[in-house]
Design a protein around this ligand. Sequence first.
Ligand code: ZN
Ligand code: ZN
Ligand code: FE
Length: 763
Amino acid sequence: MTASGSDDLILAEVTRVRGVVQGVGFRPFVFRIAKENGVTGWVLNDSAGVCIHAEGTATALADFSRGLRELAPPAARIDGIHTEVAEPSGFADFRIADSMESPATSAGISPDLAVCDDCLADLFDASDRRARYPYINCTACGPRYSIILGLPYDRHSTTMAKWTMCDDCSREYEDPSNRRFHAQPVACERCGPGYVLREDLTGGPDGAAAIEAAVAMLADGKIVAIKGIGGYHLACDAGNPDAVGALRERKFRKERPFALMVRDIDTARRTVELSSEGETLLTSVARPILVAPALVALAGVAPGIRELGVMLPYAPLHHLLFAEGAPGRLVMTSANRSSEPIAYRDDEAFRQLSGIADAFLTGERPIARRVDDSVVKVGAAGTTVLRRSRGYAPGTVAKLPSSRPVLALGADLKNTVTLVVSGNAIMSQHIGDLENYPALEAFRETVADLTAMYDVDSDELTIVHDLHPAYWSTGFALESRCAERRGVQHHRAHVASVLAERGDFEERVIGVALDGTGYGDDGAIWGGEFFAGSIVEGLDRVGHLRPARLPGGDAAARYPVQSAAGFLCDPDIGPIPDLAGAPFHFPVRYAQARELAMRDVRCFPTTSAGRLFDAAAALLGFTREVTYEGQAAIWLEQLAITGSGEEAYPCPFTNGELDFRPALLAVIEARKRGDPGSDIARAFHRGLARGIAGGIIALANQHGTNTAVLSGGVFQNDVLLREVMDCVSSKSIRVWTNRTVPPNDGGISLGQAALAFGVGGFS
Ligand code: ZN
Ligand code: ZN
Ligand code: FE
């Protein structure tokens, strides 16, 4: 290859490409650049990724190789390219060979992709044979993870296996110059699955008539269950308060915000305040729900919250519904009862949703596994993923220096699991709260799915779990076959999740994990924790919120006044007024809880920041039961957003302890004085943030670092996060937060996986 005169010499090389290269149009892309450069040979999918045998002149091979690296399709992600010289075989052309199953399964599985612009153009081109066909797709778009039954990714191992392609579809599938060349879910009206609208189990209109009828029902204020990519949604007109009210009533969902799907980006701009970063997220191929400040009032959609969660249509069906005249803002909420996972099987949906939905718009293509919509937000620290699911999962979220497989099982709330194979930490979709049986079932299925797809040998597997002895995930770990088991403390996992996604294993940091609950080293309910250390050397607990008593333990999370009783019974707090009277009006539950707290009966020690927020919210008027997790704290944050004034209630950090007492007393005094609730909420946030920042600064000096890591669900509070960041950055301390995985318990599994390699050393 050195002499230029040798350019008529035919050389050969074999290239292996690893990463997300299956189901993203990679082989057709290889085919095209081979043709363009006069290269012959073949390309195939194997379990490790894509393998290419290329023959041509040195110049042709060099151009081919450059194209391979630089022009890969947008949905592909190349993790590694390895090329070896091979023996030329004299191929006359270039072809796409059949898949080969190889033992080392490490090919990345592509997440589901939103319908692309080319397919949308076909969808609305009356002369196209797929005009108005709701299952249109190509190699650049369409379902992937939600239809895969096994690897390698080929039609026969997807839920499309039972539909035989018609001649036209076959021709496109076989034609390397076609956009649908080897697009596994390719289909058309004639040969593929369709949609039916059912008001009862006897059937109803299908095809275009089904969509028209569904649109008419939506416009008429009815609730329609719509089968999408990763499960069913319940949809209704978001601008119709009666429809939204009926949905809340039937779904037993009192106040938790509903997500919206809006017609197009213009409608999105009129619905929420869109930053350019927000717009990029909203229109990305993952099409997540973006939470942003509301510009419109939609009764009942997000009660008491100044934000709305919006997403754009992502399945062809969604576009058809809007084109057919569906209301421009639809409530599109995961179809389930309260906090169960999204329904995805037809029989399950009919069973669970009869009595909620007035009709079912049901597609025939089966969904292989449930994948909820993802949720993202742009806040003080940039983009934060609040729920990592459709469009992102499964995906490599970090690289860990490990050759052995590791399965980290996460926490029991907002569960995700992370599987580490060949050093890639692959995080599952959002699974949900494992105390619900369907979520527990989904958890087991997901573990089975991922370990099977990546061909994990249980005799080599390390399983990592939370320390909580009563977690379902812990029980599952204890009864699973594996080579080794490790427990990792919840809040250390939060901090490690940030370090792992950045790939900083040795960086010494001060880590702060604030959340509602997690099992501590001492069995107490932790949730306001300061650590010093790194992933490699381990994280030492070097500070915490002042311990309080929590009457009723974790059950207190439902009643903010119960938390108030616990935090206010501190022996040294000083006199507390009678909170049953004006202006507090605490219900009798408070007096009962206070009685228990004073006698230390049925009380649990806690350092939970989440419960401290609950206590403050109760003092500012949130004295009822919460109807969803974190509601009181969100209510307090919403109040603080409009607060003014420069006051900060004292919340000093001394000798490793963050003392909440003066801050709570200041809240009580201000409320008695009649200060505006929003100002009080603001001053509470600011005081707590300064206390946390003070702790970080002191500990950073003491431990010789200038890096702070913030994680845990409480840091989803943007008022608090912004204030802490402002305070510490003025002291030249840099702040790291989660970017790829959620700061809430959805990110725990990554931190667990990373810490499994801590202290004991990497393997
Ligand atoms: Zn497409
Ligand atoms: Zn067809
Ligand atoms: Fe947590």
